[in-house]
Design a protein around this ligand. Structure first.
Ligand code: ATP
Length: 232
């Protein structure tokens, strides 16, 4: 279950993919697969969050969400589940900036850490704890999501961050746009956009329709939900 990175020595291209996974669904898998392909990732770490600072009252327990996420990724090479964001003993929320710092400390030297998220998460970055630092802790990879508009891209950036330039070559590929962010000191960080993803699925909608048998959840996860009588 643990990050494969701990076992390997060479530099790795690893994406942190945090979320509630309440439950995990095909939207999560689809954006992780696209990021893997477009950014040549070695590994995507699905990291169920113990306590999300901006989202109180998750439906399933942390343990059930971890089990479901393990089932969702079991047949996906390079996808792993990490317990880095397990509930804290002091019951404080799990802050992503701290998790990314910890992850950076454990990755093999020379590795590149990415942070995969959907457009809704990117639009909320200005409300995140240490949001302006996050693009410098891990290179952002933002997947488009139906119902969320990213234009203009700089409208929701945290204070202290601005969009500085685009690499014109990035638009030769419709599936990956590479932009650049800068902080007040002129330090820059890449921002990768995956603009062609249109998976109209959310965990909230699924929880309400879970027992209709809609095929938007991996079948092993659906079986787990039924066996454990979750979301009833
Ligand atoms: P909820 O409906 O409960 O808010 P969710 O479906 O957004 O849940 P999360 O586990 O909170 O699922 O999402 C983890 C990450 O995956 C977030 O960054 C979210 O933006 C992204 N994500 C989830 N579903 C999609 C989707 N269909 N398209 C693009 N990104 C998505």
């Amino acid at each position: 279950m643990g990050p494969e990175t701990e076992k390997t020595i060479g530099p790795r291209r690893v994406a942190f993919f945090g979320g509630s996974f309440d439950p995990p669904h095909i939207g999560h898998l689809a954006i992780a697969r696209a990021a893997c392909e477009l950014l040549a990732l070695d590994e995507v770490l699905f990291v169920p969050v113990g306590r999300q600072p901006l989202k109180e009252g998750l439906s399933a327990s942390y343990e059930d969400r971890v089990e479901m996420t393990l089932l969702a990724v079991e047949e996906e090479p390079g996808f792993h589940v990490s317990l880095l964001d397990a509930p804290r003993i002091d019951t404080a929320p799990n802050y992503t900036a701290e998790t990314l710092e910890e992850l950076n400390r454990t990755l093999p030297k020379g590795s590149r850490l990415f942070f995969l998220m959907g457009a809704d998460s990117f639009l909320a970055l200005n409300r995140w704890h240490r949001g302006a630092e996050i693009p410098f802790l891990a290179e952002l990879v933002v997947a488009s999501r139906p119902g969320e508009t990213l234009e203009p891209l700089d409208a929701h950036l945290p204070d202290g961050l601005k969009l500085v330039s685009i690499n014109p070559e990035s638009f030769q590929n419709d599936r990956l746009e590479r932009w650049q962010l800068a902080d007040d000191h002129g330090k820059t960080a890449a921002l990768n956009l995956l603009p062609e993803l249109h998976y109209d699925v959310s965990a909230t909608a699924l929880r309400n329709a879970i027992h209709d048998g809609k095929p938007l959840i991996p079948s092993a996860v659906l079986k787990y939900i039924r066996n454990h009588k979750l979301y009833v």
